[in-house]
Design a protein around this ligand. Structure first.
Ligand code: FRU
Length: 490
């Protein structure tokens, strides 16, 4: 049996042992075992396909395969058999990559063939090369001309064993690709390639380079237009904390700029954090059939990826797919509008006054979409606190500080049994005393969107049992609130 055949047999057996209620309700999780980056997020024959970095045999990272789902609306996902396994002599892992639909009807995948071996003396040899596989939406065949991009295709000084995560797209009659590489200064750079047929690729230019400014190696690039702007997304490893914008460790940043296609130059002005949460990495986007740019990410941080529940049958989730937009040069993100189809049981309050910690009838639950507006203009309130996933012992706290224009998220009492980063702050805008918060809860996660998506904050909290369902509001002086809550019903 090939590695792919073994994985398909194994996942089928194990998948049956995981009950639906042991998984998130509407976030993607692996069929069994481990999930990291989203891969191959694309449209194929009128459906959305999402692959993922996958190790079926354990709930920790291992030999990388590609798992696979498809969906009509990116909320309900249909599992498909594993798509790729490292079955070729040139690979010991199928690392991250992307996909597109060719005019000849094939689903074309470009991925990184990671190759690693160690001799008897412990000397390690590592190479990363880009490879192609084509398929019909279920079964994929590796291209006989693999690898299609090798160390020969790097610019001078590019380090051959840090060359990965190709993101491909169609631009009129041409295929384009961005991939990450480490330059000789030991920090990341994004390389641009083009191709007339999707198989034979040529190096074009270094599109952007960290120059040791934004972390060390970069991972998972994506490059696209958003309104008038060109956006480059990358996931820098090992960043140093900078104020409340970038936290220490692995981040995801968006460089907002313009692209001159004739000269192949990308000039960027602002650089922003994409999500301020504890668990967010390795973004990938797709353009929907009606022209929206939708982003998804791995809802986990590498640093604490060993902190999984002791009895886990699966580990790792994706964020909600999020629609991107741009306003005043800032990338905004909001849950994909298809989520609204699954909202039921609306509960609404207008101008309710909150002070002592209180609940509101009908506002509780673990799979909900909760939005509220805080009106602080005629209030002495300095600190407003929302408690979610609460019971007598557990709670997760989201605090708005009106004097400092800061939000602080605290998951220390969320029922997590590991020593993970518990508290983080991020800056928000307070316009005319108003703050809009939207919190989307699933069984093991919370995603927070502030002021129409100006900031997002993703976190996962694997607690058991899932009894902490209450939602409480509290303020240090009376404040007026409009609240809207829906259950998510799938
Ligand atoms: C990002 C990453 C990628 C790599 C993959 C391996 O999380 O490190 O750069 O392709 O994960 O699983």
């Amino acid at each position: 049996m090939t590695k792919l055949e073994s994985a398909r047999v194994y996942e089928k057996l194990r998948q049956a042992a995981i009950k639906a209620e042991e998984r998130p309700l509407f976030h993607v999780s692996p069929l069994t075992g481990w999930l990291n980056d989203p891969n191959g997020f694309s449209i194929y024959k009128g459906e959305y396909h999402l692959f993922y970095q996958y190790y079926p045999y354990d709930t920790k990272w291992g030999t990388m395969h590609w798992g696979h789902y498809k969906s009509a609306d990116m909320i309900c996902w249909e599992p498909l058999p594993a798509a790729l396994a490292p079955d070729e002599p040139y690979e010991t892992g199928c690392y991250s990559g992307s996909a597109l639909e060719r005019d000849d009807g094939a689903h074309l995948i470009m991925y990184t063939a990671h190759y690693e071996k160690e001799d008897e003396c412990g000397n390690r040899y590592v190479a990363e090369r880009q490879c192609i596989a084509t398929g019909n939406g279920v079964d994929y065949t590796k291209y006989e001309g693999n690898p299609v991009l090798t160390e020969q295709d790097l610019p001078h000084g590019g380090i051959a064993h840090e060359f990965r995560d190709p993101k491909i797209w169609r631009d009129k009659d041409e295929y384009r690709c961005v991939a990450v590489n480490m330059s000789k200064d030991q920090s990341g750079q994004v390389l641009l390639y083009n191709s007339s047929d999707g198989y034979k690729w040529s190096f074009v230019t270094v599109l952007a380079a960290s120059k040791c400014q934004y972390g060390k190696m970069w991972e998972c690039p994506d490059f696209f237009e958003l309104g008038e702007h060109a956006i480059l997304l990358v996931s820098p490893m090992n960043m140093e904390k900078r104020g409340v914008e970038f936290h220490s460790g692995h981040n995801v940043i968006a460089m907002v700029g313009t692209y001159d296609d004739a000269r192949h130059t990308f000039s960027y002005g602002s650089v922003q954090a994409v999500d301020y949460g504890f668990d967010f990495y390795a973004t990938q986007t797709v353009e929907t059939m009606d022209g929206r740019r939708v982003m998804i990410a791995w809802m986990q941080s590498w640093e604490v990826s060993a902190c999984r529940p002791t009895d886990a049958k699966w580990f790792g989730m994706m964020t909600l797919p999020r629609e991107l937009s741009i306003e005043g040069g800032r990338v905004l993100q909001n849950p994909i509008r298809e989520l609204e189809k699954y909202r039921a049981g609306r509960v609404e309050y207008k101008d309710v006054h909150i002070e002592d910690r209180t609940s509101l009838a009908g506002i509780r639950g673990r799979t909900i979409d909760l939005s509220f507006t805080l009106h602080s203009h005629s209030s002495d309130c300095r600190i407003f606190t929302l408690y979610i996933r609460a019971d007598e012992i557990r709670y997760t706290k989201i605090e708005v500080d009106f004097t400092k224009s800061l939000v602080t998220v605290d998951r220390e009492n969320s029922g997590i049994v590991h020593d993970v980063v518990p508290v983080r702050d991020f800056a928000i805008r307070i316009l005319e005393g108003k703050v809009l918060l939207r919190v989307v809860l699933d069984r093991y996660s919370a995603e927070l969107f502030v002021n129409g998506g100006e900031q997002a904050f993703s976190m996962c909290m694997y607690d058991s049992p899932q009894d902490a369902q209450d939602i409480l509001f509290e303020a240090d002086a009376p404040i007026s609130l409009d609240v809207e809550k829906y259950d998510i019903v799938i």
